[in-house]
Each structure stands twice: as C-alpha cells, then as structure tokens.
Design a protein around this ligand. Structure first.
Ligand code: GDP
Ligand code: MN
Length: 379
C-alpha cells in the first residue's frame, strides 16, 4: 500500500527528518484556516498517490490565506493521472538552495535493498537515469548492516550530496525497516538557503504482507481511483481476485498461474483480456455465479473465456457450478469453456447436456482462446 505524501511526511517527522510545517485540508475553507495558522504564505499540494503532481498543476504557491482558499478550490476535485484529489496539504514554503533525490528500494533480484541517490533531484528520476545515468548512484545495502553513519556518508559522497545529508539517509533507512516499507523515496530532498536538509516530498510503499503488524494506517483512505473500482470492490467483497484490464475478452480461471498464462494465450490470438479473475481452487457454483456476474457487468466485455484445470475441485463440480450459475445469472455474452484435468469428460458432458445456446466448449486452451477472440471481435 502506498502512503499519501502527508502520511509519509508524518513518518519522516517522527524519525527526526526535517520536514516543512504542514496541515491537511479537504475543503477550500479549511485550507484557508490552515494557511492562516501556517503564517499565510503556503504551498498547496494535491494529495494523490501518484507522482508528477507539480507538472500536472497539483502543486501551487499561495501568498496568503485567501489565495490558499482559491488555489485549494482549483486543486480539489482535479484529476491527476486518473486520481481524483480529495484533499490538499498546505505546507510552509521552503527557500530551496539545491534539490536532491534519495530512495531505498527492495531489489528482489539481488535479495537486497538498493540505495539510489542523485544530486539532480526535483525532476523525474527515471528521466535523469535515462539521459544522464552517471548522475544517479546506486549502492547495494546489506539488510543486516543497514545504513549506519559511515555507509550514509559514503552514499552522500558518491552521489554528490552534502555531507550533512548523511543523518537523513540513516533516519530514512530506519523508516524503511521499522515501518516494513518496500520503498521510501524523497524527491526532492533539499538543502535550504539556511543550510538545513529537509524532505520536501515523500513516497512510502508499505509491504502489505506486514499489514498485520503495521495497523496504524488502517484500511486505505477514501478511494481515489475511479475507473473500474466499483467492480473491483464488488469482486473483493465476494472474495474474488479480480483485476480490471482494458481489453474485451473476460477471463475466468482457477489459480493465478493458469489465469496469467490464459491472458498470454488470449493476447497471442490477437484479442485483449478485459480482466483477470482467479476463482481459486474451490470453483463452486456460488463462486462461478459471482465471477460471471462480475465479468458480465463489465460493459467492455464482449466474450468470456472460462479456463479451468480440474484438480481437487474436479471438472464435473466446476461444470455443475457453471450450470447452476446460469440459473442465477442471465448470460448475455458468449461463453467459451475449456475444461481439462480431473473428471474433464464428465464435466464436458454436463455442459453438453445443458446445451445453453451461448455456451461453447473447446478441448484445448489455444482452441478456446482462438474461439473467444473470434467471438469477441464478431460482437
Ligand atoms: P511532485 O511533482 O508530485 O513530485 O511534487 P513535489 O512535492 O515534489 O513538488 C514538485 C516541485 O515543486 C518540487 O520539486 C519543488 O521544486 C517545488 N516545490 C515544492 N514545495 C516547494 C517549496 O516549499 N519551495 C519551493 N521553492 N519549491 C517547492
Ligand atoms: Mn516530488
């Protein structure tokens, strides 16, 4: 789970990293009051879980509380890369002397953490890395050694950061470890005109596997992603693993591995998967009905591909599930079913017997994908 900038800021402050004084507001009126408490002149910053807010017009200066109210009114409700702004952070402006980039990120391929640092902060680090790779320093961090002062000083020196940034680098490492984060990024980390090192923007991604012991942030705040959220939420409520994609072929399968390869095969047939729906091991009638109703309510779906490999839950049980699902869900789009594995023949016979005009069977995954792609395009 990603944290909002203001949550990252709160954490940084707790770990002794200097941050601007700030308050969060979810209305323009509140923004005005916050600005007044903060001394009048403020930076108004959209709180959305995406970067590049500055470029999108989501970070603006206001010279007094009245201007802060106006600016907040402009920013609240704004759409930044598909995220709606529900709140703003008002921060005391900082007089910047120079901007840097620092982050710690889990490097799964190396089984280590990576420190990434650059004296060219403030802008898009991917862009700096692409155009001037020598300006970005990467150093492996042994998770058991962490970032004691000496290591921090080494990172700062290698990247061309001021020596005084070392304490921040050490504190940032503590944030990563103690908060169970997979990523902690500060861009920009700045040196102020007065020579202080200050974190001006923060991104923290927490490891969801540790959420049982990191209860402080609770569930996500107000959902700020619109698009397919309603369907995703409905599926999650039914315990289904559903991910919305942008194609036209609805995909239902049992097991993440099978579903992922099904997406590939569908794409290989020249169609685009509309979603990822894993019904898991126990493909009961209820789960089938729930899965089908989620997929059929996605308007972009023009054909559905059910790909099941029978295991502990055998194909005849899955076929029964489909038949019973057809009683409660009105099928409005063609359904191609491929059953293989345990009791496949019995499962296919059950569907043959039901003989629903919109249900077709195929014996191979490739054949089924081709047919589903064909039906999707014909629709
Ligand atoms: P992002 O665009 O989503 O990364 O948002 P940031 O919080 O990083 O803000 C974008 C840019 O606005 C920063 O890189 C700074 O250059 C600038 N900025 C933000 N806050 C301040 C501030 O207090 N003072 C000054 N001078 N610039 C700021
Ligand atoms: Mn930034």
């Amino acid at each position: 789970m990603d944290l909002y900038e203001h949550q990252a800021r709160e954490l940084f402050e707790e770990y002794g990293i200097l941050v601007p004084r700030a308050e969060v507001a979810d209305s323009a009126k509140e923004a005005r009051a916050s600005a007044a408490r903060l001394g009048g002149r403020v930076v108004v910053k959209a709180q959305v879980k995406t970067g590049g807010r500055g470029k999108a017009g989501g970070v603006k200066f206001a010279r007094d509380p009245a201007a802060a109210e106006l600016t907040a009114r402009q920013i609240l409700g704004m759409d930044i890369k598909g995220h709606t702004v529900h709140s703003v952070m008002l921060a005391q402006p900082v007089d910047i002397d120079s901007e840097f980039y620092v982050s710690y990120v889990l490097d799964r391929s190396q089984g280590r953490f990576l420190a990434i640092a650059s004296a060219e902060g403030g802008m898009d680090i991917e862009e700096v890395a692409a155009t001037r790779p020598e300006a970005v320093v990467r150093m492996a961090i042994d998770p058991f050694e962490g970032v004691p002062h000496k290591k921090a000083a080494g990172i700062a020196a290698a990247a061309g950061l001021p020596a005084s940034a070392a304490d921040t680098l050490t504190a940032l490492w503590s944030v990563l470890i103690r908060e169970d984060a997979l990523l902690v990024e500060v861009n920009p980390l700045v040196r102020t005109a007065q020579g202080q090192i200050l974190a001006l923007d923060g991104k923290v991604t927490l490891d969801d596997n540790a959420s049982f012991r990191q209860t402080r942030w609770g569930a996500q705040g107000p959902a700020d992603r619109h698009e397919a959220d309603e369907l995703e939420a409905a599926a999650a409520a039914k315990g289904l693993n559903y991910v919305k994609l942008d194609g036209e072929v609805g995909v239902i399968g049992n097991g993440a591995g099978l579903v992922m390869s099904t997406l590939d095969v569908v794409a290989g047939c020249g169609a685009r998967p509309a979603n990822f729906l894993d019904i898991g091991g126990g493909a009961s009638a209820q789960i089938m009905a729930d899965g089908l109703s989620v997929i059929l309510s996605d308007p972009s779906v023009t054909a559905v591909f059910v790909n099941v490999f029978g295991g502990i839950t055998a194909c005849d049980a899955v076929a029964d599930g489909i038949v019973r699902a057809l009683e409660s869900v009105r099928l409005t789009k063609p359904l191609v079913v491929r059953l293989d594995g345990n009791n496949a023949a019995r499962g296919r016979a059950i569907l043959d017997e039901r003989a629903h005009p919109l249900v077709e069977q195929a014996t191979t995954m490739d054949g089924a994908a081709r047919r589903a792609a064909e039906l999707a395009h014909a629709a």
